[in-house]
Design a protein around this ligand. Structure first.
Ligand code: SF4
Length: 368
């Protein structure tokens, strides 16, 4: 059955103005452009300035070459040949581009934006607000070649900088995998110094084994871990964890490494008091699974660095590291620890950007 082709007419609502006259393979993130919208549509822009980012749809009028059904992503022959619609190649039947960009300012019918990958004179088809809740998809999957195509090597570059600035962090500071698990619960809403005091108390009482924790009376356990706060609630959580370990692996933590990561994560999340961050800390630091731990520090830093929108979900933030870094537990271990160091040192709620090793890569840096 022949599909009836509807007639479609697109009209530019405006044009891009910038210094870029030729298509380029990368380096668009820092490009500042103006989009001059047809003055008859000026009123339609009212309210857009309330958004930090907008989606720009544009017509890649200089895209050349016949559309091919299969292409190598980014034109790189080392990447697999895949269907055109599985890529962002500009050589497509309708050369439409769509890019989320930072909205720097609106002046009447002029939008000043940063990060638009369109050359001077590009016709703009539409503008929409970027709404993280609707536009950022948590846990979106991509084929492995996406990580290889070099679009985003920033995470690797940031890691190298952090390692040079702070050196190896030797995490997790514990004498056994079980101590890591206990520490992962105790550190919830607590400073690490207080967690250490609670762990010393447990050690001195001979209560730092799953079996001993199960035997310990609840009120006595709460007294032992008092320095780390929320001690009644945390005592219950420790007992639940110890019970789960006995039931699931007979207290033999070594056996956990043979369980596939997704299953083990689900199991841990079913334990009372174990949320995503605690489960992932246990998976990475106690069991050695290549899982990236996301905490409030990580989210603050990735959004300030422009790697993810503010308020990014746990899953989306974790996917960023999963997609663009080798799946290596040693790397994930060190990276997370380094981010914590950066957050405590300079990337605080009120950042001290002048002393930051990432300042020249950070769109949110504050000048002195
Ligand atoms: S430059 Fe400032 S905002 Fe950016 S990562 Fe460094 S401390 Fe944080």
């Amino acid at each position: 059955m022949a599909i009836e082709q509807p007639e479609m007419t697109l009209k530019a609502i405006g044009f891009v103005k910038n210094q870029v006259t030729q298509p380029m393979p990368g380096g668009w993130k820092e490009i500042v452009s103006e989009i001059e919208i047809d003055h008859r549509l000026t009123e339609a822009l009212d309210g857009l300035e309330g958004f930090s980012h907008v989606l720009v749809l544009f017509w890649m009028h200089r895209a050349s070459g016949k559309p091919a059904l299969k292409v190598h992503p980014k034109g790189k022959s080392e990447l697999p040949l895949v269907g055109l619609f599985a890529t962002r190649s500009p050589r497509r039947p309708n050369p439409l581009g769509e890019t989320p960009v930072r909205l720097l300012a609106r002046r009447g019918n002029i939008l000043k934006v940063k990060g638009l990958d369109a050359i001077n004179g590009t016709p703009v088809i539409d503008i929409k607000p970027y709404i993280p809740r609707d536009d950022a998809v948590a846990g979106a999957g991509v084929p492995p070649w996406v990580a290889q195509c070099g679009k985003d090597r920033r995470l690797e570059a940031i890691y190298r900088r952090l390692l040079k600035a702070y050196g190896p962090q030797h995490w997790w500071p514990a004498e056994s995998p079980f101590e890591v698990m206990v520490g992962a619960i105790l550190t919830q809403s607590a400073a690490w110094g207080n967690v250490e005091k609670a762990i010393v108390g447990l050690k001195e009482a001979g209560a730092l084994t799953p079996e001993a924790l199960r035997r310990q009376p609840l009120d006595e356990l709460a007294r032992l871990i008092r320095p780390c706060g929320y001690y009644n609630a945390k005592a219950l959580k420790l007992k639940a964890l110890a019970q789960w370990l006995g039931d699931f692996c007979g207290d033999d933590i070594d056996r956990l490494s043979a369980v596939d990561t997704e299953t083990l994560r689900r199991e841990l999340l079913s334990v009372h008091g174990v949320g995503e961050e605690t489960a992932d800390s246990i998976l990475l630091y106690a069991v050695g699974k290549p899982v990236f731990v996301v905490d409030a520090y990580t989210r603050r830093i990735v959004s300030r660095l422009g790697l993810a929108p503010e308020g990014v979900s746990y899953a989306a933030c974790q996917a960023l590291f999963k997609d663009y870094l080798p799946q290596d537990s040693g790397l994930f271990n060190e990276y997370h620890a380094l981010l914590v160091s950066l957050a405590k040192d300079v990337c605080r709620p009120r950042p001290r950007c002048s002393g930051c090793c990432l300042a020249d890569k950070c769109p949110s840096r504050l000048s002195d």
